[in-house]
Design a protein around this ligand. Structure first.
Ligand SMILES: Cc1cc2nc3c(=O)[nH]c(=O)nc-3n(C[C@H](O)[C@H](O)[C@H](O)COP(=O)(O)OP(=O)(O)OC[C@H]3O[C@@H](n4cnc5c(N)ncnc54)[C@H](O)[C@@H]3O)c2cc1C
Ligand code: SF4
Length: 450
């Protein structure tokens, strides 16, 4: 997702992240900045990373100052630099200044964060301990940003993470050719350096488990549990072998047995059902794993595809075949495993709504494709165990955590929530913004409680 296009836009390996800027390249790019007084780029960053300020500092060759601006405002500034769809955020507003092409803010931000790491410069300061213990559930970007901000304020923060390693989707979703494990580890080190304890392999589960944390001496809890439950399709053939979800496929490609995941797609045609950025990530991963033909079959037209344009352009450049406005009706099998898909072209019954219930089949346009693997990429939802884990916290009709938009407080005193678990599918930078916001509210709550 976003703008991490590779050299010539070609995916050749599952593992190599795109190169960052050198100092010379970064300075040359910063020198193009018009130093706008009102910095529209800064106003467009959800996490208030303040690119206007760090680019100004870079232009004045105050590199350490520029690193400080980024890391003080955005503890995951390096990761956001890599994964933000900046062309829709800060860089979009930069183009409003009508210079020839927007400043490559993401690449400047990444250069500066990596420069700080290279010279061992850690600009983050911590206030003296305030004696308050706070628990964070989940070590995705929301949990990490909240934990870091609370720790800077002097809280003693423990992050409980069910997975073996921290990072959430950053580690188990985004393919490593866009964001690799070493880069993620390096940035999480900055969170740990603030004194945050990250306990991996520690799921918070069972009846009232979140609320019980308050009884165990934690003064407040932040829940950043993400959207771990992939949606499934109810069509014939869904339970065949070699049919999986994008969540499971991408997770296995990042963390599982790579031989096994490679066998699933290598030299085979793969049909991916879905047209979002996650479908494109799955398609890119299939290509990097040497799949033969890769199809992305979407209900939407090309103009309506939920994937970011950069993402589907990259997919097309890599030979991925997007079949827009089509519905898969059946996965066909042979010997118990997927052998293909059968589908039909569709049109919308009424314009303006891309819901599956609004799609109408076009008779006579039925098609079938040979595919030895099928990947379902139609989104994911919240953990179905949330209601049991925190019975006092109200959920929305979609099962998301209901929060006060200004404070991110839930309906239960002392419990806050943010990131995808409260918003629905969003961006890493949105989760960072939520983590910061919730930390501010928690500090206010702790002061009030005192
Ligand atoms: C494949 C994919 C690619 C994406 N690419 C991009 C991109 O390029 N750019 C972008 O901006 N956004 C991207 N996104 C969206 C982005 O990753 C999410 O918006 C973001 O990660 C949400 O952060 P979060 O902290 O809310 O949740 P998550 O990242 O999902 O983290 C939640 C964490 O909580 C843990 N957890 C859950 N329940 C418990 C429990 N009970 N006890 C303990 N731990 C628990 C989980 O194990 C997980 O580690 C992508 C999403 C996907 C799926
Ligand atoms: S964090 Fe993302 S949106 Fe914000 S300035 Fe950096 S690249 Fe742009």
């Amino acid at each position: 997702m976003g703008k991490t296009l590779r050299k010539n836009n070609q995916l050749t390996s599952l593992f190599d992240m795109e190169e960052g800027y050198s100092l010379t390249q970064a300075v040359a790019e910063a020198d193009r900045c018009l130093l706008c007084h009102d910095a529209p780029c800064s106003a467009a960053c959800p996490a208030e990373t303040d690119p206007g300020k760090f680019i100004r500092k870079l232009r004045l060759r105050n590199l350490k100052g520029a690193v400080r601006t980024i890391k003080e405002n955005n503890i995951l500034g390096g990761i956001c630099a890599v994964v933000c769809p900046a062309g829709r955020l800060c860089e979009e507003k930069c183009s409003s200044t009508e210079i020839d092409r927007p400043i490559n803010i993401g690449k400047l931000q990444r250069f500066l964060v990596e420069y700080g790491w290279q010279i061992g410069f850690n600009p983050l300061l911590k206030k003296p301990a305030n004696g308050a213990k706070v628990a964070v559930v989940g070590s995705g970007p929301a949990g990490l940003a909240c934990a870091a901000a609370l720790s800077k304020e002097g809280c003693e923060v423990t992050v409980f993470e069910s997975a073996r390693k921290p990072g959430g989707v950053l580690r188990y979703g985004v393919p490593s050719f866009r964001l690799d494990g070493d880069f993620t580890d390096r940035e999480i080190k900055d969170v740990a350096a603030l004194g945050v304890k990250i306990e991996c392999g520690s799921p918070v589960k069972g009846r009232g488990a979140v609320e019980n944390l308050l009884k165990k001496g934690f003064k407040a809890v932040f829940v950043g549990a993400g959207l771990p439950a992939p949606y499934k399709l109810n069509i014939p053939g869904i339970n065949l072998k070699n049919v999986t979800t994008a969540t499971d496929f991408l997770k296995a490609a990042r963390a599982g047995n790579r031989e096994k995941i490679s066998r699933l797609v290598k030299n085979k045609n793969v049909a991916i059902i879905g047209g979002g950025s996650v479908a494109m990530d799955a398609a890119g991963t299939c290509k990097a794993l040497k799949a033969a033909k890769v199809y992305c079959i979407a209900l939407e037209s090309m103009r309506e595809l939920p994937a970011y344009k950069d993402d589907w352009l990259m997919a097309v450049d890599n030979g991925i075949i997007i079949k827009p406005q089509c519905r898969v009706r059946e996965i066909t099998g042979k010997g118990g495993a997927a052998a293909g898909v059968k589908g039909v072209e569709t049109v919308w019954k009424k314009p303006g709504s891309c819901l599956p219930s609004n799609a109408k089949d076009v008779p006579g346009t039925e098609f079938s494709l040979a595919a030895g693997a099928v990947i379902i990429a139609i989104g994911s939802g919240p953990d179905r165990g949330l209601a049991e884990m925190m019975p006092k916290v109200k959920l929305t009709g979609r099962g998301l955590i209901q929060v006060d938009k200004k404070t991110l407080a839930t309906s239960a005193k002392g419990i806050y929530a943010g990131g995808d678990a409260a918003r629905g599918p969003a961006l890493v930078v949105d989760s960072v913004a939520d983590g910061k916001k919730a930390a501010g509210s928690i500090i206010g709550f702790l002061k009030g409680a005192k």
